[in-house]
Design a protein around this ligand. Sequence first.
Ligand code: AMP
Ligand code: MG
Length: 318
Amino acid sequence: MMETPVLETPTAIDQVLKRLSRPTLTGILQVQQGIVRATHEFMFKKGLTQVMPLMLSPITDPLNHGVVDASIPYADKRWSLTKSMIFHKQLALLNPALESLYIVSPNVRLEFADRAETGRHLFEFTQIDFEFKNKDRFYVMEFMEDLVNFVFARLNVELPEQLLQLRGELLPQYEKWPVHRTEKLEAALGPDYEMLQSKLSDSPFWLLNHKREFYDKEDQMKPGTYLNYDLIWPEGFGEGLSGAERENEYKQILKRMTETGTNKEIFKDYLEVAKKGVLPRTAGAGFGVERMTRFICKVKDIDDVTVFQRKPGHASMF
Ligand code: AMP
Ligand code: MG
C-alpha cells in the first residue's frame, strides 16, 4: 500500500521566515528610503531645521479616536509613548530664531484590532511632521503639493526600475490639487465620503474642515468650522496627511479642550505655558511615510510595506 505523504502545515516561525524573505520587499524599502532621502533634501532647501524625535513625554497627541494605553511610570510621572509630536513642534517654535522645523518621528498608536483590515493602519509607524511659524493653511498646502512633486520626480530619476516593477509606470507630476470640504462631500456622498471620493479621484486632493482634536484652530469668523486640511491619496488609498493652523490662545484652547472632553490635568504644564501667552502662531502637518510608500508602490495592505508585522491587534513575533 502506498503511504500518503504527510504535509507539514507551516508553523508560525515558517510564516515569519517567508515574510522576511518576500521578493518585493527590497524594492519597496528602496522606494521608502528614496522618499525619506528626497524629503530631507526638500526640507533643507526650504530652510526647515531638523529636530530629533522623542519617544516619551508626559503629554502626547490625544488623537480623535481611542487606542490602547501606551504609558509607563518613570521619575514619579507617567510618560506616554509618542502618538505624535504636535505639542513639541509648537513649543520648540517658541525659540525666536526658529521659523520652521521637521521631525522624522516614530509614532506608537496601539490601534484596536478593528483597524487591522483597513489597509492603512499599523500600530507603530513613522510620521514626517513639520511646522511653520506665522504661516497659514494655504502656505502649508502648497508646500506639501511641491514636496510630493519633488519626491516623485526624484524617485523617477533614482529608482525607475523599482517603480516600473512595483507600480507598472513612473510617477506623475500633479497640477494644483482639487479642494473639497467635509460637509459638502458628506452631503453629496454620505458618511463614507472620504473613501468614496478617494476611489473616484486620480489625483491627490485636499479635504478641509474636520471636527477633531482641540489643537486644530477653529475659524473665528465661522465658529464650528476648523482651519485644518487632510491630503487624501487617490485610487482608494485614503488619508495620507493631516494638518492645521493651530490654536495658540489660552482661552480658546480651554474652550476647545472642554468641547473635545480632553483631560486638562494631564495638560496642566502645557496650559501654564499657553496662559503666559507665549505659544506662537503656527501651522503644519504630518504625513505617514508607510502610507506614502504604500500609495507609490500600489500595495493593498500597509502591513506589506514594513519588514516586521505591525498589524493592529496582531501578536507579532518580532
Ligand atoms: P494624524 O495626525 O493622526 O492624522 O496622523 C498623521 C498621519 O500619520 C496620517 O495622515 C497618516 O498618514 C499617518 N498615520 C496615522 N495613523 C496611522 C497608523 N495607525 N498607521 C500608519 N500610518 C498612520
Ligand atoms: Mg488624520
